[in-house]
Design a protein around this ligand. Sequence first.
Ligand code: FA5
Length: 343
Amino acid sequence: MIGKISKLRDVAVAKIKEAGSSAEVEELRVKLLGKKGELTEMLKDLKNMAIEERKQFGQEANALKNELSEIIEAKFKELSANDVKKSLSSGSNFDISLPGTHYKLGSLHPVTIVQKEIEKIFTGMGFNIVDGPEVEEEFYNFEALNIPKHHPARDMQDTYWLENGSLLRTHTSPCQVRAMQKYGAPLKVIAPGRCFRNESTDASHENTFFQLEGMMIDKNVSIANLIYVMKLLLSEVFQRDVKIRLRPGFFPFVEPGFELDLNCMICGGKGCPTCKHSGWIELLPCGMVHPNVLRYGGIDPEEYTGFAFGLGLTRLAMMKYGISDIRVLNSGDLRAMEQFSVR
Ligand code: FA5
């Protein structure tokens, strides 16, 4: 039996050496080592052998299996290297050493990248992410935010009305009331989303842009909590200290209300078209939730207080990535978008 093995070895090694193509080598591999291959067939005789002979035959057969596998592998490599050389020297147009066709993967939009970063920061603080409809009811966009019909505050947000009386939401603040009604207090939510205003566009205004609403309601929530969270948000997004200014701001749904402006990162505060030559970008209005709004949300203002903010997400992306004109972000121009590519 041992003689059979060495005979098989000699024949197999010679045939593998002679093989001229990968297909031939593969055929030999199957013929020798495959399930019905010659070596496998030989091993079937093991059961009829005496113990001593079985041990020796088993060892020899295993060693041959390993040796042939290695020789076959080396032959495959040798043939494929030869194929490349042949193709390069034959003058053929087909160069198999060229890399394959490269299919471009898409990349995330800068606003989406910043949105995801902020979602991570807030979910880390125990906030939930909620959503609201872009086609909104007048009640949620205005009334429930303490802006009754015919109130001059409605003029601050020129609105696209639909024929059925609904509107394209002008801000993400309607999500505040929807979240309060759905989840009650205590509440910690953020609501990123698209907003629409009938505005003429310029370097920092679009008619379609993104905001990210935030709201925290609990017992004893104060302005100190609000300022802490605003500072944390900005330092996490920019990963450095940024210059801001806080000033009083009027929004009927908060009292007191603030405007939080960011020192313009396009011009470093010197003044440019992006900041309308003021050196500051209106970014993060915020305030303590008005008792009427809490009531609309079904929450008792005697028991709970809260803060809310409405971050200009598109403007934040502009500042973070140094994009001086907001219109680039809605342009669909891949040359601009791909620069921020994070997949
Ligand atoms: C509001 O929309 C309020 N709902 C924000 C708020 C929420 C205040 C909660 C208090 C409490 P304002 O109209 O200022 O506020 O818009 C908020 C931010 O959205 C602005 O600071 C700005 O960064 C961004 N923004 C507003 N209009 C546009 C626009 N046309 N294009 C791009 N960004 C805009």
